[in-house]
Design a protein. Structure first.
Length: 146
């Protein structure tokens, strides 16, 4: 299933107020999707701002010294942090061409299909949400739209 060529990943947002289970839901969805053969990437929106690195690391020190960007890489992974005024999720999607699905954390006002977390009032059904995502990936791949 996850091996089919898709020009662009399917995007699904997981939204909700603070502490309603967004991160928990995403961390439970990823292995379910992986068991079904799908590669998932996550893009998290921070409505405020954030510190992109860990204090004390070399890259943190480089950034604090005034570098306009930093990158760390090894033989297996990379991390890039740079100032990008006006960046949107659309640009970040391009960083994950290998993904079948990109889960957005946040962006409740976005046009993407979404699940709105309401924990603890409503406990999400992980399998049902994964099935919805899988069904929409299949529709996208078949060209019938979503």
């Amino acid at each position: 299933m996850g091996d089919a060529i898709v020009t662009e990943p399917y995007i699904f947002a997981v939204c909700g107020y603070k502490n309603t289970g967004k991160t928990t839901l995403i961390t439970k969805l990823i292995p379910v999707l992986a068991r079904h053969g799908y590669k998932a990437a996550v893009i998290k929106h921070d409505g405020h701002d954030f510190e992109p690195d860990v204090p004390g690391t070399d890259s943190f020190r480089h950034r604090k010294a005034g570098a306009c960007g930093t990158a760390v890489f090894s033989a297996r992974r990379m991390m890039v942090a740079k100032e990008c005024p006006g960046i949107t999720e659309r640009e970040l999607v391009q960083a994950f061409p290998e993904a079948d699905v990109i889960l957005l954390e946040g962006l409740k006002d976005s046009p993407y299909p979404k699940y709105i977390c309401r924990y603890p009032e409503i406990v999400p059904d992980i399998d049902e949400i994964a099935h919805t995502i899988e069904r929409n990936i299949m529709k996208k791949r078949s060209g019938t739209g979503i």
